[in-house]
Each structure stands twice: as structure tokens, then as C-alpha cells.
Design a protein around this ligand. Structure first.
Ligand code: KIV
Length: 295
């Protein structure tokens, strides 16, 4: 039986070209900023596609932004796969990266490979992301050896935020900064195609950039990184929970959504909605027959 390809073919040969790992590396070589955004469902994927981003991350931040958990810890692998599959259906050209959730890859190389394979096979992701250095470096190496591209993530790693002293910037002491730099370098050596630096001083990010060759994507790591990633709900102003200092709001979509639903509620209550243009008609003769048929 042949497998159904997950990646949609672009509609036109003149249209945008799918992002690949070589194209990503080329963008870095040419100093072209790489744009990455998170997405968690079909409409947000379509928005990312239309906006022309380079990479989409189905982040475990979706645990909080769309599933309502208090942190990223509780989200299950099956929940992440469901979100990633929906994103896949709305996306054709950006590189799609699935975030391995807490507890789905740390125990052994075999567990990490099996989880990564599910993101590729069941959800149609192009690559996976995992958090931390340390034992995650070996997990990244194993997944890469299994033929799956891996993105690393160091600095503030929300899955282990408790051990890091909470959701706070990392690498603000020389000792911490050296540890973050070593983790990034180790992930590159393990074969990662890219690494995310989260919430570290811009000057520390600059030093790391000078020491790694793979594309570095920043979130709260200053302007020197090869690209930036932001959480969809933060940048559009949809999420009403705590938003980090580095998350610039480019729109206030939540206010528009609340206003729209409130107006709908008011019109239902005042009976202004539905108006005649929202109703279906029936031929007078058919209506008369219908009424007669009821008696
Ligand atoms: O889960 C997520 O959205 C992330 C990004 C913030 C990098 O890991």
C-alpha cells in the first residue's frame, strides 16, 4: 500500500517555493532574516501561509494558548499531533516543525525516535524541535540519525522552567551564558539544522552566533539572530494570559473578536439578527401545501 503524501503541492509553479533545509541555510548565508511563527490549527496555518512566513512551529505553547492549560507540561503527544495535523492541512510552503512535548522524548533514544516519527508520519511535519542541552543533545543526535531533521531550543526552556527558577531570562551570569552557548554548540554538533535561543541577553546571542554555523532563530534574544519566532496568539493579541516582555503585539485581534461576538449577542437579543437577507424563502404554493399537509 502506498503512503499518502502529507505535503500539499503548491497551486502554481509560479507561486511560492516550499522552504527546505538547504534554502534555510542559504538564507542564513545571504543574511536574509528568517521568519518563523507558531500555529496550532487550520485557520492560523492558512494565515501564516498567506503572510508568507518561512517556517511554522506547532509549539507546545499551544498547551496554553489554545488548550487552556496553565503551562506547557500537561499537553499530551496525541493532543500535539492533532494540532500539528490541522496545521499541516492549512500549509503548503513554509517548513513545518512539530514541538516534542514534555515527557515524550527524554527517557531514551528509542522513545525520542518513535515520537519524532509520529510527528513526521501521522502529522506530516517536516522536522521536530526539542528543548534543552544535556541529555537532549543525545536525543537530537539519535533522531537525526533516524533521518528526521531536528531543531534545538536553549536558553529559557519552558518545559523545565521550574528547574530554571521560573519563566525568566537565562544567561545573565557568565556561568549561565557559557552553559547556554555550550548547549547550542553541542546541538549543532549533534546534527540539528537550526537552534532557537529563547530569552537571553542580546550580547550573549551575538557571541553564540559567532560560534555556530546553523541558522539561529531568536525569541527574546535580540536582533543578531538569523531569524525571529513569535507565538501567533501573542503577536496578534489573541492570548489574554501573561505575555513575555519580548512578545511585541502587532494587532489586537482579541478585542475585535470580543466586539464581534458582543455585537452578535446584542443583535440576537434585540431580534435585529437574523434579518431577511439571512433567511431562506419558500414558494407560496409550497408553503400552503406544507401547511395543509401538517393538518
Ligand atoms: O512552544 C513554542 O511556541 C516555542 C517557541 C516559543 C519557540 O517553543
Amino acid at each position: 500500500m502506498s503512503a499518502t503524501p502529507h505535503t500539499a503541492v503548491p497551486h502554481s509553479l509560479d507561486g511560492p517555493v516550499p522552504m527546505t533545509l538547504p534554502r534555510l541555510a542559504e538564507k542564513k548565508r545571504l543574511s536574509e532574516p528568517i521568519v518563523m511563527v507558531t500555529a496550532y490549527d487550520y485557520p492560523s496555518a492558512q494565515v501564516a501561509q498567506e503572510a508568507g512566513v518561512d517556517m511554522v512551529l506547532v509549539g507546545d505553547s499551544g498547551a496554553m494558548t489554545v488548550l487552556g492549560y496553565p503551562s506547557t507540561i500537561p499537553v499530551s503527544l496525541d493532543e500535539m499531533l492533532m494540532l500539528a495535523s490541522a496545521v499541516r492541512r492549512g500549509l503548503s510552503t513554509p517548513l513545518l516543525v512539530g514541538d516534542l512535548p514534555f515527557g515524550s522524548y527524554e527517557a531514551s533514544d528509542e522513545q525520542a525516535i518513535a515520537t519524532a516519527q509520529r510527528f513526521i508520519k501521522e502529522a506530516g511535519c517536516d522536522a521536530v524541535k526539542l528543548e534543552r542541552g544535556g541529555t537532549s543533545v543525545q536525543r537530537a543526535r539519535a533522531i537525526v540519525a533516524a533521518g528526521i531533521p531536528v531543531m534545538g531550543h536553549v536558553g529559557l526552556t519552558p518545559q523545565t522552567a521550574t528547574a530554571l527558577g521560573g519563566y525568566r531570562a537565562q544567561g545573565r551570569t557568565a556561568e549561565q551564558a557559557i552553559a547556554v552557548a555550550r548547549d547550542a554548540i553541542a546541538l549543532e554538533e549533534a546534527g540539528c539544522f537550526s537552534v532557537v535561543l529563547e530569552a537571553i541577553p542580546a550580547a550573549v546571542a551575538e557571541e553564540i552566533l559567532a560560534r555556530v554555523q546553523i541558522p539561529v532563530i531568536g525569541i527574546g534574544a535580540g536582533p543578531a539572530t538569523d531569524g525571529q519566532v513569535l507565538v501567533f496568539h501573542d503577536l496578534l493579541g489573541i492570548y489574554d494570559g501573561h505575555v513575555a516582555r519580548f512578545a511585541k503585539r502587532f494587532a489586537d485581534v482579541r478585542a475585535h473578536m470580543v466586539a464581534g461576538v458582543a455585537e452578535y449577542a446584542a443583535e440576537v437579543r434585540s431580534r435585529a439578527f437574523p434579518a431577511p437577507e439571512h433567511c431562506y424563502s419558500i414558494d407560496d404554493h409550497q408553503l400552503a401545501e406544507f401547511r395543509a399537509g401538517l393538518t
